[in-house]
Design a protein. Structure first.
Length: 538
């Protein structure tokens, strides 16, 4: 490695000039805070020499000294909050070097080739993104409680939290499973190159100041020091443009530094980034979310990404060439225990995107992909079928005998109001959610709430259609030899004679939207479902 001068050259003049502009905002704020004290010193000095002995100067001097003392006290508290407030950070899965020596070696080799400092540590995020994160903030060094993979307690103070340490490299965990080693290396090159500008003292100082202000705004909004937020917001507004331009300059400098490292391969690898994002989004919303809602979390989401994207490659003509890559070495081979890492990232994904607990428990247990159809899909269908029939019971006349049959729902929706039942279902779901949210918030605090909610609220008719589909699927399993199945891109599916039946949604919509039971009766007859036969519920 070359000396500090070479590292400093990585920061472009534009980025450094913008950093200095941010620091000038800090200097001006400091000058404003010290101005009353300076005036007070001048007045006291003049009084001691007898120059301002007559009225009203004694009273003026006393008032100015009081104001100066107050401003110094307030300024000191504000400065302490800015210096000590812990910036908000997305939780990650820390990855020790003993758990991934080959990955650390790859990253250090990249840093050496680009003549920049190596990241101080590596962590994983259950998302399709990668970035550098500075964890040297004073308050953050006191954090506790996260668990590293084969590395003891993370956040308890490691090399990444030492003063002046290089940033932590955060890597999207889906990349490790879907990308090949060479592709991952090409994608990470411009990210790792960002450690160079981070080592420049002016840039590092400006970033620390902005992070402290941002954290102070959050502290002011949550604690008794509410007045802290106002000056912090003012200073953020004053330096926002320069801070944004500084980051653009840093990104440009990092990109220029990485030009000579696998540049041609990076273009191809970026296509895999987009593909991985699409597959990850489908896997979370269609496959993981139904399991999370019933207290189960798929333990190997990253491995599921490979299956999902392989299926997408099989279906999509534009992706025909992607499957040929799978013969190359996957980046997850750089991990010593990929299964344990995948499980930790999958649990964190459930916490971030759904609000689940941080640890497994009796009501929050993992599920393997082989058991997913039986333990998640079948249970989901029967839970929704039971909810639908309970809502129908509440709307039916007391003299009408309750029956857990498809025929009962067909008859009701063909003759009665489809909106009354939809509204009842929406209300039941809302009432079911309230105790769960309250228990989560009481037991685990604000961290229990999802940081990134996956799904927007759905209309009552959409919910009704889903519940009718679930009831029909239960009937097909009970009386027509159907089986619950898993489609990697679409989630729970019905299999009849080993073949996926993707044609159920249309007949159900005809019933729900048009009150026409004919298409659904035809479908039931074709599959061999007996609508008058009771359905087994949860």
């Amino acid at each position: 490695m070359s000396g500090t001068g070479s590292i400093a050259e990585v920061g472009t003049p534009s980025a450094r000039s913008r950093a200095l502009a941010v620091l000038r905002v800090r200097s001006r704020a400091l000058a404003v805070g010290l101005l009353p004290a300076a005036v007070a010193v001048v007045l006291v000095s003049a009084r001691t020499t007898g120059r301002l002995a007559s009225d009203p100067w004694p009273a003026v001097t006393l008032a100015v000294c009081a104001v100066a003392a107050f401003v110094l006290l307030v300024g000191g508290i504000f400065a302490a909050v800015v210096l000590r407030a812990s910036p908000a950070m997305t939780p990650t899965v820390p990855l020790s070097e003993s758990a991934a020596p080959d990955l650390y070696r790859l990253v250090r080799d990249l840093a050496d080739r680009m003549d920049v400092p190596a990241p101080s540590a590596i962590a994983l995020t259950p998302d399709c993104d990668s970035w550098l994160e500075d964890r040297t903030h004073a308050a953050h060094r006191r954090a506790r409680g996260r668990t590293a993979i084969s590395g003891g307690a993370a956040g308890a103070g490691g090399p990444e939290s030492e003063p002046g340490a290089a940033p932590v490299l955060v890597i999207g965990s889906p990349f490790l499973w879907w990308m090949r080693v060479a592709e991952l290396r090409a994608v990470l090159a411009p990210v790792v190159a960002g450690t160079g500008p981070s080592a420049h003292p002016d840039i590092a100082d400006a970033r620390g100041f902005v992070r402290g202000l941002d954290a102070a705004v959050d502290v002011g909004g949550r604690r008794f020091l509410g007045w802290i937020a106002a000056p912090a917001r003012l200073l953020l507004r004053l330096c926002r443009v320069d801070a944004a331009e500084m980051e653009r300059g840093v990104a440009a400098a990092a990109s220029d530094r990485a030009q000579g490292v696998d540049y041609a391969l990076r273009i191809v690898a970026q296509e895999q980034v987009g593909l991985a994002y699409a597959g990850w989004d489908r896997l979370l919303t269609r496959v993981a979310l139904p399991a999370w809602r019933m207290g189960r979390w798929p333990a190997h989401l990253d491995a599921g990404v490979v299956s999902a994207l392989t299926e997408l490659s099989r279906r999509d003509r534009l992706a025909d060439g992607f499957t040929s890559r799978l013969g190359e070495r996957p980046a997850c081979d750089l991990l010593d225990q990929p299964g344990a890492v995948d499980e930790a990232a999958s649990l964190l994904a459930a916490r971030l995107f759904h609000g689940g607990p941080a640890d497994a428990g009796p009501d929050w247990s993992p599920v393997d992909w082989a058991a997913y159809p039986e333990e998640v899909v079948d249970r989901k269908w029967r839970t929704e079928a039971a909810r639908l029939l309970a809502a129908l019971d509440a709307l039916s006349a007391p003299s009408v005998p309750a029956a857990s049959t498809v025929e009962r729902v067909l008859t009701y929706l063909a003759a009665a109001d489809a909106d009354a039942l939809a509204g009842r279902l929406s209300g039941d779901l809302a009432r079911e959610a309230v105790p769960a949210v309250a228990a989560a918030a009481a037991g685990r605090g604000a961290d229990a709430l999802p940081l990134f909610p996956l799904e927007a609220p759905r209309s009552g008719r959409d919910l009704l259609a889903d519940h009718v589909v679930a009831l029909v699927c239960c009937a097909a399993v009970d009386s027509a030899g159907g089986e619950p199945g898993l489609d990697w891109l679409d989630g729970p599916v019905l299999l009849v004679a080993g073949v996926r039946r993707a044609d159920l949604a249309g007949p159900v919509l005809s019933l729900v939207e048009d009150r026409d039971p004919g298409p659904l009766r035809d479908w039931l007859a074709e599959v061999g479902v007996r609508p008058e036969k009771p359905v087994r519920l949860v």
